[in-house]
Ligand binder design. Structure first.
Ligand code: NAD
Length: 476
């Protein structure tokens, strides 16, 4: 069993002041896999002090120096892609087809932040004012368990590019991935205190970051419930907050779409990262006149997915991260049945061919009404609700009838029509006739899916504060 008993402060691995021990369970075997000594508020305060001192010490660093730091981070993370992938599969059960791109994207985020920094205009003239974009100071980065490396690296890359320093609180459920990533980031040999990594609980370390007066910004990815707690907690010190929260994203099949072509995309959108994805398309909106055809195709797609060993390249769906998450998904499946949805495939329990592990059956419900619990709440597992609509207006109304607004997917035989519909969806991103990856496009949510944006120029500027200088060229 692995023992994790260090945190990373001021460029050194240290034993935490916190003494709580947490056991991590392997989601495939259900055996104990690691014991983690969790950091506490004292550790959080020490990390913040180190980041504050580093911010002052490094404030004179040039653009070229920061670009060199980002380049080194890119190189060390890229060189460790195999190790990172293996650890993500082992700790989290992420299928290799998802885990490898996550590790790759983590490395790429440093390269794209470096490219952004190379061209960014920190000063510009706006009418008579000289406007300077200034770094915020210490950024608190709080991340979830469902793509540990990706979130840590993308937030850290932006903090460093902006001129800030960082304190990072990854999910306690990803402690093994974080321990490996920390060792890898340390290989870049960056100035001490530039980034500090403190694995502990949210209500101790995360709450301390949120209330501490020396933290200028929180960038949080996680659940909407915790996002609201952070927003309230950050108000006292008027922190800048970026919140990337949950979703209940619609996939709209318009009545002129080729369902045979669209359905593999719709099924993949619903089940990416074993369904544990904020942007999963978990409500499939289908024209009532073509509902039987849609049911047959989506069931066939779900039944073709291999569930099981995440190391197998053919595996599409791995286990849920913890027993709690498994139970939560099971409870939603039972709720769907109680509320009268029609079970088309899947259902309660573990797939029959698997003897252990937090695996759930890929599940599709038909005859779902948009006011049912399974259509309103984020399940975070491979469970899809098919909802029938009469016409395009109703499809758009149903798509928007949710407290969330992170993502949407639209499929049509007529791309101009798909674009028209996409423009009317209240969501931070809409994919049209396919699944895409554009790391420079803004990412984030409308409504209760969050606040602010990450990635590219929109994400970068959330780490900067504009300062207007008037009379810039005025001598007395
Ligand atoms: P979570 O909200 O339970 O935890 C996220 C992080 O917040 C963890 O590090 C946790 O320890 C910390 N935390 C918990 N309580 C806290 C508190 N009081 N103060 C400060 N920090 C606290 O989320 P999770 O279960 O780790 O992840 C799943 C959720 O994340 C889902 O709702 C999913 O939709 C969301 N998510 C959103 C995005 C996005 O980009 N929009 C991406 C991935 C996941």
């Amino acid at each position: 069993m692995q023992n994790i008993d260090t945190i990373y402060i001021n460029g050194r691995f240290e034993t935490p002041h916190g003494t709580e021990l947490m056991t991590l369970i392997d989601p495939v075997t259900e055996q104990e896999a690691a014991r983690v000594r969790l950091a506490d508020e004292v550790d959080a305060r020490r990390a913040i002090a180190a980041a504050k001192a580093a911010y002052q010490a490094l404030s004179g660093a040039t653009r070229e120096e920061r670009m060199a730091w980002l380049q080194r981070l890119h190189e060390v993370v890229a060189a460790a892609e195999d190790e990172l992938t293996a650890q993500m599969i082992e700790e989290y059960g992420g299928p290799v087809r998802f885990s490898r791109p996550t590790a790759r994207r983590a490395a790429a985020s440093f390269a794209s932040a470096r490219a952004l920094l190379a061209d960014y205009q920190f000063e510009r003239q706006i009418a008579s004012a000289r406007v300077r974009m200034e770094p915020l100071g210490v950024a608190g980065l709080i991340t979830p368990w469902n793509a540990n490396y990706g979130f840590i690296c993308s937030k850290l890359s932006m903090a460093i590019a902006s001129g800030s320093t960082a304190v990072i609180k990854p999910s306690e459920l990803s402690a093994r991935q974080t321990a490996l990533l920390t060792r890898i980031l340390d290989r870049a040999d960056l100035p001490p205190g530039l980034f500090n990594i403190v694995t502990g609980r949210g209500d101790t370390v995360g709450a301390e970051f949120t209330r501490h007066p020396d933290v200028a910004k929180i960038s949080f990815t996680g659940s909407t419930a915790v996002g609201k707690t952070i927003m309230r907690g950050a108000a006292d010190t008027m922190k800048r907050v970026t919140l990337e929260l949950g979703g209940k994203s619609p996939t709209i099949l318009l009545d002129d779409a080729d369902f045979a072509k669209a359905m593999p995309f719709a099924a993949a959108a619903a089940t990416m990262n074993s369904g544990q994805a904020c942007l999963a398309g978990t409500r499939l909106l289908v024209p009532r006149a073509r509902i039987d055809e849609a049911h047959a195709l989506i069931v066939a797609a779900f039944e073709s997915f291999r569930v099981g060993d995440p190391r197998d390249p053919e595996t599409h769906i791995g286990p849920m991260v913890t027993r709690t998450q498994y139970e939560r998904v099971q409870a939603y499946i039972r709720k769907g049945l109680e509320e009268g949805a029609q079970l088309l495939t899947g259902g309660p329990g573990r797939p029959e061919h698997l003897g252990a592990g937090y695996f759930v059956k890929p599940t599709v419900f038909g005859m779902v009404r948009n006011d049912m619990t399974i259509a309103r709440e984020e399940i975070f597992g491979p469970v899809l609700s098919v909802i029938a609509y009469e016409d395009e207006e109703e499809a758009i109304a149903l798509a928007n009838d949710t407290v969330y607004g992170l993502h949407a997917y639209v499929f049509s035989g007529d791309v101009a029509r798909a674009n028209r519909v996409a423009r009317r969806i209240q969501a931070g991103r809409v994919f049209i006739n396919g699944l895409y990856d554009e790391p420079l496009a803004p990412f984030g949510g409308f409504k209760q899916s969050g606040l602010g944006r990450e990635f590219g120029i929109f994400g970068f500027e959330t780490y900067l504060e504009p300062k207007a200088l008037l009379g810039y060229e005025q001598s007395l």
